[in-house]
Write a protein that binds this ligand. Structure first.
Ligand code: SF4
Length: 332
């Protein structure tokens, strides 16, 4: 196809997304299989959709690893799992003062959302009490949104978190339904979908995303995007595997930066109005092309990830400033 015809084809995907239509699986696949020379026109089309819904605003999110290691599950990508030999810190749920200090740090980093993440299959009642107490105090004293990520929830636990003021709950689909058994054997893809549905039923905003680079095919990446569109996740973290020595997936390679950009464009077209976050593995997979990711994504994690280091907050703020974009701040 001639260049200008191809440019028009990407723009027609943007038109389709903006008119509320879903891309076909074939169109989604064409995005992922585009020639690398097409990445800039592709991003230009994705940016038109991003700009329509979010302008040039970038939402910042900060994670605290509220309970580390000691997880009985066997997720192959995770350094905190029972089958990982990675030398991660192991500790039980952080006390309230430490969770509050993390919230103040999130404010200092201009993060609008503070993500309280705990390793494990799901929270105990005692852990839930601790999180609820910290969340209430943060919500009473700081203009921060709270996202909790505590694993599989019982109905009453979801209700209590919502009542405490948890705005959003994260539970990622991670990979395609077909690929799920090769990543985790201790719980199922369907259980993850059920938890996201429970989050919605209890009035919290559903956050659910993926990890790219775990042996999935391009067809499966398109399936993941369609599944998250179907699930109506408000916030979609797109992680790129950072293969950690000592985990079962330690030998997986990086996702090439150009491929990562195509994935982000695909999710913007498939879930046009949603918060698309370029999440874990951003620095090691996108490397020098990180700034380009914000033409499709409108959200970032700042600071460190659960067990791996992020980059300097000043670098993230500089990327946003250099692009001429602006940080989205919560209203007081
Ligand atoms: Fe446990 Fe969560 Fe890691 Fe899976 S991803 S092993 S559930 S901490």
């Amino acid at each position: 196809m001639k260049t200008y015809e191809q440019d028009l084809a990407w723009q027609s995907l943007a038109d389709k997304a903006l008119s509320g239509q879903c891309l076909t699986a074939e169109e989604g696949l064409a995005v992922l299989e585009a020639d690398n020379d097409e990445v800039l026109p592709l991003l230009q089309a994705a940016f038109r959709v991003r700009k329509h819904f979010y302008g040039k605003k970038v939402k910042l999110n900060m994670i605290i690893n509220a309970k580390s290691g000691l997880c009985p599950e066997d997720c192959g990508y995770c350094s905190q799992s029972i089958v990982s030999t990675a030398p991660v810190k192991k500790y039980t749920l952080l006390d309230k003062d430490t969770l509050l200090a993390g919230a103040r740090e999130a404010m200092a980093r201009k993060a609008g959302t503070y993500c309280i993440v705990a390793a494990g299959k799901g929270p105990t009642e005692r852990e839930l009490d601790q999180v609820v107490s910290a969340v209430k105090e943060i919500r009473d004293t700081m203009p921060l949104k709270i996202c909790a990520c505590l694993g599989i929830l019982k109905d009453e636990q979801a209700e209590r978190l919502a009542e405490a003021g948890v705005h959003r709950y994260n539970h990622n689909l991670n990979t395609s339904k077909a690929n799920y058994p090769s990543i985790t054997s201790t719980h199922t893809y369907d259980q993850r979908v059920e938890t996201v549905e429970k989050v919605k039923l209890n009035g919290m905003s559903p956050c659910s995303g993926v990890i790219i680079g775990m042996g999935e095919t391009n067809v499966e990446i398109v399936e993941m995007a369609l599944a998250l569109r179907e699930l109506d996740a408000d916030s979609i973290p797109i992680n790129f595997l950072n293969a950690i020595p000592g985990t079962p997936l330690e030998h997986m390679g990086r996702t090439p930066a150009m491929k990562a950009l195509k994935v982000l464009a695909l999710f913007r077209f498939m879930c046009p109005s949603k918060e698309i976050r370029v999440a874990g593995g951003r620095e090691v997979n996108l490397r020098t092309l990180q700034p380009l990711s914000l033409y499709a994504a409108n959200s970032l994690f700042v600071g460190d990830y659960l067990t791996t280091a992020g980059q300097e907050i000043t670098t993230d703020h500089q990327i946003i400033e250099d692009l001429g974009f602006e940080i989205e701040l919560n209203a007081l």
